[in-house]
Design a protein around this ligand. Structure first.
Ligand SMILES: [Zn+2]
Length: 1029
């Protein structure tokens, strides 16, 4: 109906129309009361309009820039505007609803608001107009984070929501991460207590098939071990994104047609817009089961002026419902989930995960599994350090005024964002994450040093202050830089080394520190001399040390330490042991016990070299390359080669513009690494460890360490600066090739937890059309990968998130470094070309890291993967202090353990959280480390005796919680929705621990079970003789 002024005829017509319009309940050109109150209508297609904003906790701008709205020349985004305007838009109509996700932003905003706004917002939350969804600090990535970090960052957000609003988020909302993990579905979904879990990005081939078969929504059993006891309803959005249907974008500057319903104005279009709405709804309903569909009304940083969206949705709901063909309503994912549940439908079953993700042919998002490898390692290092720092904080009692580990918790949480640890942010944003981590670390380091001083001085209680022992730690030990251990050891002084073990088991391990003297003696906590070994630093290590100590610490290590010192330490569970290092003068009459100086020699031509003094032997052929691995204790004897492959990154400039970039891995052939000929090989031999130094070319070197007492090898690599003078980006992988028939099969972990079977060029859910045979077979690795044949298991473990693949039988490869010169057109608009500048002189990033290799007889590998995996995640924490003779007169307490004298956790259980909360209670998480059937002895019910674990303290109250500790486990189980699964029930045996008797205090854990408790202790822990040995 179009009306024009002008003629009498028209005015008469208008009067008639006015009469008609008022009969319909609205007046032309005047106020229209939109009816937005519609709920679900049975028998119609219900279009659930979910108003949302997707606010990246750092990407093109830093988290703070996004919050305040600065740096808008990069991206016009201001989260303050979003939250301010959403609140007033919700107040304008009580039927409007909005969901908010990222608590890092919400918390920033919340602390800026007045008590009056707090009251209003609480009312909006109580009424359901504003709902917190997902509820972690960020929307974490699902490929690069470790499961412990995912739990921590979710807990941080969930407990805040619980404390401030008394609410527990019901829905998982992982709409932007680039592929989805099994651990997300079962652990961060079902075990958190979510009723459903929604996301957008799955492989384009998979998505098409699921649309065709109406399988976009399903029941997901992420854990083979926990099966149906840990399943969740899950849904993938039909368009592969989290935006509204085309034509329904309503930010101020969007160009979708607005609903123009003022008859006095031109371009009245109500019927057209209603028709558009109905047609979009029907097309989505055609690929969706039940008559409920969800429209995600919003996208990145939208609702900065929320009324533009709500005004249009008010009108659409009003007119679409008047039209009556479909039913439109303000909704949330919770309302939508309840409607799906009420439909009583049976859903297809999904197992495993959604990796890797391709959004089109030749566009596999598998590069970010490795992008920014140094940052990924920094995140992982601090994750393990944080766990230890919280334990030590618990031992002393937390202090709100600090130092505490809160800043590190916050920085780690933000870094798990899907453009954080992924490496897909702009460089200045990566620097911002690293800065936050460094600040958090600095405070946690102070906390750790103070608690260790309290412990060693015997003053362990909350009032421990003014400790005199000033411990130093060495965060740059990875580049052989450790000022306290390198200091010249005077003859009347000694270096005291406190070694803390955050694992629940007694640990025997090797400590390796740089020292400046080649004649030292190491003593254990009884003052007894112990065996130690000394050898010179290699030149690649010295090179990286000199440059990076200046770049990172601003200091020039003038006197490079010339030697490594290694010795074996034995440390009790959740405790420490103390060792001392003393210099021995050449004129000294010291006898015996002095460090053994290693022999160092270069491989001669045509010489085969065998390395290793214990059971494990590595054999190198005459060309300097690894040729064979054998283990004298078991039957392992295998031909194994190891090499580096440099992929040439596709530049996107030819007919197909998809380049390799921060997200996407797209190789374009390989280039020679220089490994065709003979590799320079140097061997270090000694009583504790033997090393093989290989230089593959001028920018790839590695040291393989074989410890006498260990049956795995540790491989330390130094890669970089990756040369790009030829204008070609390069991606560096190491390949391990064994004489094994593996039938295209290999296994990779899910966020460091369950292992998932992978088959090359195959997906269980659809017939894979292979267009990238290398990139399309890459999977995220956080713990490790392995392959098996009829007799053996070959495992490799990693020290950070990387990408890994088996692109040929018997071969595994890990992508270790990437330096790229092109952007891959997914928004970051920068090439991943990391450089380090100092002073003003720039070179490409060099990375240092480790991976670990072991071959076991079939069935024997899990034990090593699980226990060594914990040791890699939680390395021994070292703290140093130098003492002179006077100080030696008042000796430190030399050894300590939190647990009862003879108590150690079972081999299949780890403490993954031990933290005193702000209210004085203690959060404890215990994790069973094995899957069902993974190990014949350890895939069994485990039990932990809390009385022995916390000897000296009485547990007054124990409450079992859900994973994110925002509700009691029993409450969560009671509320859990039960979903029907298509087909016959799968046979399964799920083993879970029973309730914990508050008197006996024994916690049982079934395979892969993680149990979370809040403990109240009866009294403050006093330093008892029992706990000191
Ligand atoms: Zn995002």
């Amino acid at each position: 109906m179009m009306l024009r002024r002008g003629s009498l005829v028209m005015e008469v017509a208008m009067l008639v129309a006015l009469a008609l319009a008022s009969a319909l309940g609205s007046a032309e050109g005047a106020y229209i009361a939109y009816n937005t109150s519609q709920g679900i209508v049975e028998g119609k297609i219900n279009v659930h309009l979910v108003a949302h904003t997707h606010d990246d906790v750092g990407w093109l701008k830093t988290v703070d820039q996004y919050y305040v709205g600065s740096n808008n020349s990069i991206q016009g985004a201001c989260v303050q505007n979003v939250l301010d305007s959403v609140i007033s838009a919700l107040l304008a109509d009580k039927n409007r609803k909005f969901i908010y996700v990222e608590q890092a932003f919400f918390q920033r905003w919340w602390r800026n608001q007045s008590p009056m706004v707090h009251k209003i917002v609480k009312e909006l939350v109580d009424s359901g107009q504003l709902e917190f969804i997902n509820g972690g600090m960020c929307m974490h990535d699902e490929a690069a984070p470790h499961y412990i970090d995912m739990i921590e960052q979710t807990t941080l957000g969930h407990r805040f929501i619980k404390e401030e609003f008394g609410k527990t988020p019901r829905i998982g909302w992982q709409i932007d991460p680039f592929g989805h993990s099994a651990v997300q579905a079962y652990l961060l979904g079902a075990e958190v207590g979510f009723d459903s879990f929604f996301f957008a990005r799955i492989d384009y081939q998979d998505r098409q098939k699921r649309k065709d078969e109406k399988n976009l929504e399903f029941v997901w059993q992420g854990s083979r071990t926990l099966g149906s006891s840990s399943q969740i309803f899950a849904g993938a959005f039909p368009n592969g994104n989290y935006e509204p249907p085309r034509g329904f974008y309503f930010e101020v500057n969007d160009d979708s047609p607005l609903v123009q319903d003022d008859v006095l104005l031109y371009d009245y279009n109500v019927q057209e817009r209603v028709d558009d709405f109905v047609s979009a709804a029907i097309s989505q309903a055609n690929v969706t089961r039940t008559n409920h569909i969800m429209w995600t009304m919003g996208t990145d940083f939208k609702y900065q002026y929320a009324r533009t969206w709500f005004r249009q949705m008010d009108k659409l709901i009003h007119y679409v419902n008047k039209d009556g063909r479909v039913n439109a309503l303000y909704s949330t994912p919770s309302i939508y989930t309840d409607a799906k549940h009420a439909a009583n439908e049976s859903w297809p079953l999904k197992t495993d995960d959604f990796f890797p993700y391709a959004d089109r042919a030749n566009a596999y998002w598998t590069g970010y599994f490795t992008s920014r490898p140094a940052f990924k390692r920094y995140v992982r290092t601090l994750s393990g350090y944080y766990l230890a720092a919280r334990q030590l904080e618990f031992l002393k009692g937390r202090s709100d005024s600090g130092p505490n580990a809160d800043a590190l918790a916050d920085a780690l949480a933000i870094a798990q964002h899907h453009d954080g640890v992924t490496g897909t942010e702009k460089q200045h944003v990566a620097d911002d994450y690293a800065k936050r981590l460094a600040i958090g670390y600095t405070e946690a380091e102070q906390l750790v040093s103070e608690v260790l001083a309290c412990l060693t001085e015997g003053k362990l209680n909350a009032s421990c202050r003014n400790v005199s022992t000033k411990f130093e730690q060495c965060p740059l030990l990875n580049i052989s830089y450790c000022p306290p251990s390198e200091a010249n050891l005077h003859l009347n002084k000694r270096l005291v080394l406190v070694v803390y073990n955050s694992l629940g088991w007694k640990r025997v391990d090797i400590v390796q520190i740089p020292v400046s003297s080649n004649s030292v003696v190491v003593r254990d906590s009884d003052g007894k001399e112990i065996e130690s070994q000394i050898w010179p630093l290699s030149s690649p290590s010295i090179r990286i040390r000199n440059f990076y100590a200046r770049a990172h610490a601003g200091v020039s290590p003038s006197n490079a330490p010339r030697f490594w010192l290694a010795f074996t330490v034995t440390v009790p569970p959740l405790g420490f042991n103390t060792y001392t290092v003393e210099a021995v003068g050449s004129q000294s009459k010291h006898e015996g016990g002095m460090s053994t100086f290693s022999s160092v020699f270069v491989q001669e031509d045509a010489e085969t070299i065998e390395v290793g003094q214990g059971n494990l032997r590595f054999i190198y052929s005459a060309d300097g390359k690894l040729s064979r691995i054998l283990n004298k204790k078991n039957t392992v004897d295998m031909l194994v080669q190891q090499s580096y492959t440099v992929y040439r990154s596709y530049n996107g400039s030819e007919s197909d513009p998809q380049a390799s970039g921060a997200y996407i891995f797209r190789p374009n052939g390989t280039i020679p690494t220089g490994t065709a000929g003979r590799i320079q090989l140097t061997v270090v031999r000694g009583p504790i460890v033997e090393e093989v130094h290989q230089e593959f070319n001028t920018w790839i070197s590695q040291i393989t360490r074989i410890y006498k007492e260990k049956e795995h090898a540790e491989v330390e690599f130094i890669i970089g600066p990756v040369p790009v003078d030829d204008q070609v980006g390069k991606e560096v992988a190491t390949q391990l090739t064994a004489s094994m028939i593996t039938n295209k099969t290999f296994y990779t972990d899910s966020n460091g937890r369950d292992f998932i079977k992978r088959i090359r060029d195959y997906r269980a859910d659809w017939d894979l059309e292979v267009n990238q045979p290398i990139a399309g077979n890459y999977y995220p690795i956080n713990l490790g990968m392995y392959m098996v044949d009829r007799n053996f298991e070959f495992s490799v473990l990693v020290d950070r998130a990387v990408g890994g693949a088996s692109v040929a039988d018997g071969r595994m490869e890990l992508m270790l470094h990437r330096r790229l010169l092109h952007d891959d057109s997914r928004g970051v608009a920068e090439s991943l070309n990391e450089v380090i500048c100092f002073p003003g002189e720039c070179e490409g990033l060099t990375i240092q890291g480790k991976f670990y290799v072991r071959i076991d007889p079939l069935g024997g590998g899990a034990k090593w993967r699980r226990s060594a995996g914990q040791e890699i995640y939680s390395p021994l924490l070292l703290a140093f202090v130098e003492q002179d003779e006077v100080e030696m007169g008042s000796p430190l307490i030399r050894t300590f353990s939190k647990t009862s004298t003879s108590y150690s956790l079972p081999d299949n259980v780890a403490v993954i959280t031990l933290q005193e909360l702000k209210d004085g209670s203690t959060l404890l998480r215990l994790a069973h480390l094995y899957e069902m059937g993974e190990d014949k002895d350890l895939s069994t019910m485990a039990s932990v005796d809390l009385k022995k674990l916390f000897e000296g303290r009485k547990i007054n109250k124990i409450t079992e919680m859900n994973l994110s500790a925002n509700q009691e486990r029993a409450t969560m189980e009671k509320k859990r929705l039960v979903w029907k699964v298509e087909g016959a029930p799968r046979p399964e045996t799920v083993l879970r621990g029973g309730p914990v008797d508050p008197v006996k205090l024994i916690v049982e854990l079934g395979p892969m079970e993680i149990r979370t408790f809040v403990l109240m202790f009866d009294y403050i822990f006093l330093y008892t003789d029992d706990s000191m040995r």
